[in-house]
Design a protein around this ligand. Sequence first.
Ligand code: HEM
Length: 509
Amino acid sequence: MSTLNTAIFQSITGGDNQLVAVVVGAATILATAAVCYALTSKDQEHEFPNLRGVQFYHAWNFFQRRYDFIQSNLQRNPGKSFSFNVHHNKIIVLTGEEARKSFYSNVRFSLHHGYTILGGISPVSTDSKEFEAEDKDITLFNKKLNKLLNKNRLQSILATLLQDIIAKADNWGIGGESGRIDPFVEIYDLIFVMNARIATCDELTKNEVDLKKIRELLLAHHTGNTPASVLLPWLPNSARKQKKEATTRLTAMIYAYVEKRRHSEPTGDAIDIMIADGHATERIVGEIVGIFFVAISNTGVVSCWMLIHLVIHPEWRKKCEEEIQDLISRHFDGSPSSATLYEKLKSIPISAWEDEIPILDACIRETQRISLSVIALRRNMGQDVNIYGRVVKRGDFLLYPSSDANMNPEYYPEPEKYDPGRWLRPDPVPDAAYPFVGWGAGRHPCTGTKAAKLEMKLVLAFFLTRYEYELVDEDGRYPNPLPVQDMNDSYEARPRGATYYLKYKRVAR
Ligand code: HEM
């Protein structure tokens, strides 16, 4: 308990009643822990085995280092699903094909209610009317999103997306000619500006200061989910306060932009599209914040790690570069020597970005398979369900780690090896239920797949064609050892323990 208590005390700051609250909190934890230990030591045969020991300790580990917690417990008992408790809620960590099939396809497993556990909000009600209302809400959100992300709209803003990323890159280093960038800042920025363009309006997309602020607020919201803020809701806690403040400020900033658009001449911008659909400002703000939350992190993670994988595997980098040049020569009919990269890239239609670059597609998919860990969550809002003969009770939470499928050696031989070629062979995935879940599966596939792929391809095609680049460490040398990803960092997935840079030199206009 001593490490745990130290961690609790260290993470709590601020508040006049802090000492009293900490003492009361610690006593409550000990009492709860003792009761939970007693209750969970005896597993029932028909239930998913509960992790032995103090449940609070498991919950703490889950919120502290989610990926390591899940992996280490699955490795301890290979092939065996297990459960642990967060407060009074049971979280069942699933593994294996039958479990995956049920997780992704059961109509009563709610995605919305599942993710509430991460914020510490555990909805008590499993009322079916509430579930249906929430489900309808998600369907509506996805419908609206589809309106912003459909092929015609993406085609209509393609050239502007390119201008947005070029304007940002021109600010790198001295005149954008050479220097070094931290991809987890600058490449993320390119992704971020495109999402702002897709989901908001021209005024915000071009406002560097506000965009930076919004990025900071999203990060502050994310880092506000500490173990203490979630597990000890009765204690004063600076992280929770930070999260609340970030949400309020984020909402206020976007609100102002929506109101501004409401009183201006309409354009084809996303906010104007939503206003024209008759939505109230609050509703539009909710949509935009929702899009920022789901859209940015994964797209940034995959783009950054792909640029790193391509340095480590130059044969694939060369193939990608050649494929992009081929794509340009097929679609650009001007004089290649006098045209700018922007003119060349903008001549490529959406359909070609989608269908004509299989090598880039394979590299993206392989990066997604290896470098993106999605911990998917659901809550059973229906009747009890059996998986592997064990019961998932109404109200139980379910968790499925994407690595269970995406890194499965039976599906992907040598799963740790970065081998985009596996996606170019005939029958790349085995005959199993949802063998690749990088874009979700079943009832909740990613609504933004096409937009996300386009964003990543634009950034990668732009970067690989405009620059020669190397991967360097703080001292400017090729890193030895190579960067290792912090899989517990679910927002940015930065390399563990150090900062690495892309040292670039511009080679195209
Ligand atoms: C590389 C980028 C992306 C990846 C890898 C990715 C991956 C995923 C995955 C795995 C899920 C399923 C989660 C689950 O089963 O619990 C999901 C859901 C979702 N994604 Fe993405 N996503 C990406 C980008 C985007 C973008 C850019 C948008 C929108 C602009 C978006 C919108 C959504 C939405 C709305 C859902 C929920 C769908 C539902 O409720 O049925 N995603 N995404």
